[in-house]
Ligand binder design. Sequence first.
Ligand SMILES: CC(C)(COP(=O)(O)OP(=O)(O)OC[C@H]1O[C@@H](n2cnc3c(N)ncnc32)[C@H](O)[C@@H]1OP(=O)(O)O)[C@@H](O)C(=O)NCCC(=O)NCCS
Length: 189
Amino acid sequence: MPRVSLPITTERLVLRTLLPRDVDDVLAYRSQPDVVRYIPGDPRDREQVADMVAHYGTAGLIDEKRAHLTLAVDRGGRVIGDVMLAFNGPDGADGRQCELGWVFTPDVQGQGYATEAARALLKVAFSELGVHRVWAQLDGENTASARLCERLGMQREAYLVQGSWFKEQWTDLAIYAIRADEWSAEDPS
Ligand SMILES: CC(C)(COP(=O)(O)OP(=O)(O)OC[C@H]1O[C@@H](n2cnc3c(N)ncnc32)[C@H](O)[C@@H]1OP(=O)(O)O)[C@@H](O)C(=O)NCCC(=O)NCCS
């Protein structure tokens, strides 16, 4: 089974497993309606965040039971967001494609932290896990995420007009992706 070496260190950030002491930091952003507007689920309360932290605690192992790697983005000891790689596509956990996702606390946005963290996860996906293609699905109105995808070198592959029933309404769905051969050309390291 693939295992990701943790923590992942970037210039300004550490991507690491979520710990019980992170609940306050995660609650600070996951409880905000604006932050979760484009991600599944309602704003979370403390108990739900504690469950999430317990559920996503990981030693980096990705297998059929845990086809999900959700990591805390730690900046100087504070969790400012979380990022995920999910092997939940049609070919399952042993497949060669995965979905990338992100959520960051509003007070740190606009400084490139999401780009830095997502770029590090792309590197893990391609060079450590040997993934063929990484994709992301976005609400058509989520322009901050679309710009992030573009900074990562992802291409918009599809735009489904009212293609998603999300939060009790029809919404547009954009699919972005990058393949391993394209990423090699993009990766600055
Ligand atoms: C999507 C989300 C992570 C994007 O956050 P963000 O702050 O725009 O992204 P980054 O941290 O990469 O910062 C990029 C911005 O900082 C600027 N920036 C400043 N320093 C930078 C640096 N060193 N590197 C890159 N960008 C930098 C960029 O120009 C960019 O600004 P722009 O979008 O106005 O052009 C954030 O809006 C979010 O968490 N949203 C809520 C959750 C959500 O919707 N998740 C996605 C569901 S699909």
